[in-house]
Design a protein around this ligand. Structure first.
Ligand SMILES: *[C@@H]1O[C@H](CO)[C@@H](O)[C@H](O)[C@H]1NC(C)=O
Ligand SMILES: *[C@@H]1O[C@H](CO)[C@@H](O)[C@H](O)[C@H]1NC(C)=O
Ligand SMILES: *[C@@H]1O[C@H](CO)[C@@H](O)[C@H](O)[C@H]1NC(C)=O
Ligand SMILES: *[C@@H]1O[C@H](CO)[C@@H](O)[C@H](O)[C@H]1NC(C)=O
Length: 441
């Protein structure tokens, strides 16, 4: 199908869909970029959907500040609502960043410093470090953390043990400074510490990068909080408090409020959730790998070569759960097998493509379910996790794609759209990942 076949009323949603496709490219590339640091994969040029290079950059948008203000007003009600529902203090509301910071990630509210300054930080479960735009930063957005106003703020020196955990530290004077890339951005930050609180429990002396200079458009405007498995991540730094255990429910990315939740610590996690073992890859220590053994479309187990799914720490092959990618990517032979069976089940309707999606329909369809068969855990996706619809409901596409050829395409990524409205438990001490359906949009 082409854009000409769309009526004027649906053109906005069509643009939105293109934006999704573009951000998909961006996300995958940023993931690929993140992974290439260990000498695997290649460097890929990326740009963000709202960058100046993007043809889909909206000509008129509501300002970021405006949308944040609006959301904060709603958010206040949401917080009160949540605290009335859940007495456990370690539940943090999660919102889709798309509506709030025009970023494809999910965000949480963090209180940083003493007295606390509120920042809407992006979550990234495939990244370890945290950074916050600090006052004086060149290239950051207008919302920054004012270090001078915090009585608990400290700069870490080159001798600090945390300075050995960052990649390529530069010691300028006594400050531990480091230069890193994230997606299309380069970020220069000082390694610093301050109090940070996502829930009612403040974490003292949290080590993070205080951004001095940022280029490119991949930096989430109010900072990023890494929930990976490696040193310096939120898990590692809150080990005593939250025991390297958390879960989240990601709301639909069309939801504009903080209706999702991030649950920190072993208390309050679903006790009988079905789980699959977490696998460890020393070469990509931040990532949450699991064993995907097969995929069912409807009741049929599709024919996928074992090598397409096998975990291999040396090449990085295998399957991860990632919060920063929107649409699931499967290595080509796996994707093709799934897509072919999906098309067969849908039947006669004409298949078209749209951007990176190759299985789209412009008539209503009855979609089969898709089941990911992990070791000890089958997860069946309902249509809401499988189909992306134009707002007008004219077009729907299977919201998955083959891993792009130009990156190290050995990784299957279970992405956020497929995780939406599920509770995903990351239980590092017991080395398991749990999945259960939960409506949080
Ligand atoms: C950080 O990296 C950028 C881009 O690679 C480079 O231009 C800059 O000089 C670096 N800064 C420091 C302090 O190393
Ligand atoms: C980073 O550290 C240097 C040296 O201590 C300092 O001059 C600079 O202001 C710091 N930058 C930020 C953004 O705090
Ligand atoms: C959040 O948004 C959804 C729809 O997007 C709505 O149904 C729900 O009531 C909202 N929740 C709050 C607390 O505003
Ligand atoms: C998953 O589904 C397959 C095929 O239907 C079945 O053989 C297997 O026992 C199921 N596994 C679990 C853990 O339910």
């Amino acid at each position: 199908m082409t854009s000409q076949s769309l009526n004027p009323q649906s053109s906005f949603s069509f643009a939105t869909m293109k934006a999704y496709l573009l951000s998909l490219a961006f996300l995958l590339c940023s993931l690929a970029q993140g992974l290439s640091t260990k000498g695997l994969g290649t460097t890929v040029k990326v740009f963000h959907v709202y960058s100046s290079q993007s043809p889909f950059r909206p000509s008129k948008t509501i300002s970021w500040e405006e949308s944040v203000l609006q959301t904060m007003a709603k958010d206040q009600a949401r917080l009160q609502f949540l605290s009335s529902l859940v007495a456990k203090k370690s539940v943090v509301p999660v919102a889709s960043g798309r509506g709030i910071i025009q970023s494809p990630s999910y965000i949480v509210k963090a209180k940083v410093g003493t007295p606390p300054q509120t920042l809407l930080m992006a979550l990234d479960n495939s990244y370890d470090a945290a950074w916050i735009p600090c006052k004086g930063c060149v290239g950051c957005s207008s919302t920054v953390f004012n270090t001078v106003k915090s009585t608990t703020f400290k700069t870490l020196g080159c001798g600090a043990p945390q300075c050995k955990q960052v990649t390529n530290p530069v010691c300028s004077g006594s400050t531990c400074t480091w230069n890193t890339t994230y997606g299309s951005s380069t970020i220069l930050s000082n390694l610093t510490q301050d109090r940070i609180a996502l829930s009612m429990d403040p974490v003292p002396n949290y080590a993070f990068g205080c951004i001095q200079k940022a280029t490119g458009s991949s930096v989430p405007p109010q900072g990023l909080l890494g929930f990976g498995r490696g040193p310096l991540s939120f898990l590692s730094q809150t080990q005593n408090l939250y025991k390297s255990t958390f879960s989240y429910c990601l709301p639909s990315f069309r939801t504009l409020n903080f209706s999702g939740s991030l649950r920190l610590g072993p208390v309050g996690q679903p006790p009988r959730i079905k789980t699959t073992p977490l696998l460890k890859n020393p070469r990509r220590s931040s990532l949450y790998y699991v064993n995907l053994n097969g995929i069912k479309v409807g009741r049929k187990i599709v024919d996928i070569p074992r090598s397409a799914l096998a975990f291999n720490p040396t090449t990085g092959a295998g399957t991860i759960f990632d919060s920063g990618t929107v649409f699931t990517r499967l290595v080509a032979p796996a994707y093709i097998a799934v897509r072919n069976e999906f098309r067969k089940r849908v039947g006669k309707a004409t298949v078209s493509s749209l951007g990176g999606f190759d299985t789209c329909y412009s008539v209503p369809i009855v979609a089969p379910t898709i089941t990911f068969m992990f070791s000890g855990l089958n997860v069946t996706m309902q249509p809401e996790n499988l189909l992306i619809h134009s707002t007008a409901g004219v077009t729907s596409c299977l919201a998955m794609a083959a891993a792009p050829d130009n990156v190290n395409s050995v990784l299957n990524v279970i992405a956020s759209m497929q995780q939406q409205n599920h509770r995903i438990l990351f239980d590092v001490p017991h080395s398991r990942l749990g999945v259960a359906r939960e409506q949080c949009s």
